[in-house]
Write a protein that binds this ligand. Structure first.
Ligand code: SAM
Length: 277
């Protein structure tokens, strides 16, 4: 099934977020400090490191799917990787290209939907990296997983850390500490429509392109798509922190956002590492 109108609405929404995100993500600070890495990459490095040759990303080729304005992608460049970022939002790709230029970092940013990334890039990488709000935007995970396999060289590593599917099913509008299921956990074949008109990075931003569409994917669907595409899962975990305020009452800590109490009740994110043989 084609979801072109919904994908177009999502692209317009992401394009519109870019200007606000450049401020909210402190891009000027990232450019000015050549030692700065995004907090996402700092955390993921520890998880990925044991699976990398020589325990280091230096010299590896890495493609970052759904890279947005590229701060995570360029953090991998600062660690010595040869990076390519892919995103379907032309404004994100333009912003990422400009940040690379200003920070004097080598990075290539390519405008593409995930579905067409493998044929467009036409090469294979040591690492495929993604996450942090990526999967709910994709209608078809089987196609996503095949793209990952096509982009990986034999022996290459895939890594994702993303919102936990059960978190995505919760009632986002509750401001008390009750965790209430509101949306489907399992895929239904149709997207959920949201009309939030703002962005997690700055709730004061009002977006003209307010309507977005997200697709629920269960944990079994995520794992199943990667296994069916031929990847071997080598590490999997569930976490009590998340890098963005995915629910209004989450509390910011140095480790990321957490539930204000009882963090044993709910995983906020999952991480998964897989290898192509
Ligand atoms: C939440 S962001 C990813 C987080 C990113 N690491 C950051 O630093 O903000 C989601 C990204 O997915 C992109 N996106 C959404 N649907 C896509 C699709 N079908 N193909 C490619 N990119 C897509 C959006 O343009 C956006 O940049």
């Amino acid at each position: 099934m084609s979801f072109e109108p919904q994908i177009d609405a999502n692209r317009a929404n992401w394009d519109e977020r870019v200007d606000g995100h450049l401020l909210a993500y402190d891009v000027d600070g990232f450019v000015a400090d050549p030692t700065r890495l995004s907090s996402v990459v700092r955390a993921d490095l520890d998880t990925i490191r044991p699976h990398l040759p020589h325990s280091s990303p230096a010299g590896l080729s890495l493609v970052h799917l759904q890279c947005h304005v590229g701060l995570d992608t360029l953090s991998w460049a600062r660690l010595g990787a040869h990076v390519t970022g892919v995103d379907f939002s032309p404004k994100s790709v333009a912003a990422a290209t400009d940040i690379a230029r200003r920070a004097q970092l080598r990075g290539r940013f390519v405008e593409s939907s995930i579905d067409h990334a493998a044929e467009l890039l036409g090469e294979q990488f040591d690492v495929v990296y993604t996450g942090i709000g990526a999967l709910p935007w994709l209608p078809d995970l089987d196609r996503w997983a095949r793209t990952i396999v096509d982009l990986l060289r034999p022996g290459g590593i895939f890594f994702i850390r993303d919102s936990h599917p059960i978190l995505n099913a919760l009632d986002y509008d509750r401001t008390d500490d009750e965790l209430v299921l509101r949306h489907p956990y399992f895929a239904t074949g149709t997207p959920i429509r949201y009309d939030h008109g703002t962005t997690y990075a700055d709730p004061d931003i009002n977006l003209g392109h307010a309507t977005t569409y997200e697709w629920p994917h269960s944990l079994a669907e995520i794992l199943g798509s990667l296994l069916a595409a031929g990847l071997s899962v080598i590490a999997f975990d569930e976490h009590r922190t998340i890098p963005w305020p995915a629910l209004p009452h989450l509390v910011r800590t140095p480790r990321g956002f957490v539930l204000p109490s009882g963090d044993e009740r709910l995983p906020l994110t999952f991480s998964l590492t897989a290898r192509k043989h």
